[in-house]
Design a protein around this ligand. Structure first.
Ligand SMILES: Nc1ncnc2c1ncn2[C@@H]1O[C@H](COP(=O)(O)OP(=O)(O)OP(=O)(O)O)[C@@H](O)[C@H]1O
Ligand SMILES: [Mg+2]
Length: 157
């Protein structure tokens, strides 16, 4: 596993970082988000969607489990929080939905077995006030282009 840490001071930093990733996405990407309630997972997805040119409100899929946004590369925003078992996810069509496009999952650590080898893992650690520490990790199966963008971003933030 490779990893790096990026520190955010405010919600705007989180959204700018996510927007930067969204702007540079050209292929399928799977982002597995972890972090306690209110860490900023949905805030991250809002920035990501903005960067991908998706406008309109990005709301939490806590109850719908998945929100789909049509775009040049479609965005599938999952939230595993309310799922009891992996079976619940297969019921709503994980296998058809889960594979291509940009897939972002909140509470991804609930079902680690469902995460593909190319996953980019982002764990958001809450710190004092609005500060957040982003722990980002991936292995060699992750899409190299976007990893390079993330590493470049980290180098100057
Ligand atoms: N640096 C930061 N990054 C992200 N969010 C921040 C930051 N500082 C403050 N916040 C605030 O924390 C809250 C994060 O809420 P958000 O819904 O994104 O959390 P979440 O991780 O998705 O929670 P949940 O587990 O309930 O889905 C927002 O109100 C946001 O404005
Ligand atoms: Mg959320």
């Amino acid at each position: 596993m490779n990893n790096l840490i990026i520190r955010m001071k405010e919600v705007e930093d989180t959204q700018k970082f996510a927007e930067y990733i969204g702007k540079h996405i050209e292929n399928d990407v799977f982002i597995a988000l972890t972090g306690e309630l209110g860490a900023g997972k949905t805030a991250f997805v809002q920035g990501l969607a903005k960067g991908m040119g998706i406008d309109g409100p990005i709301t939490s899929p806590t109850f719908t489990i998945m929100n789909y946004y049509d775009s040049k590369i479609p965005l599938k925003h999952f939230d595993f929080y309310r799922l009891e078992t992996e079976e619940d996810l297969y019921q709503i069509g994980w296998e058809e939905y889960g594979s291509d496009g940009v897939v972002v999952v909140e509470w991804a650590d609930m079902f680690p077995r469902l995460l593909p080898p190319e996953s980019i893992y982002i764990t958001i650690e809450k710190e004092e006030g609005n500060a957040r520490k982003f722990h980002i990790s991936w292995n060699d199966n992750a899409p190299q282009k976007i990893i390079k963008e993330i590493t470049d971003y980290a180098a100057c933030h």
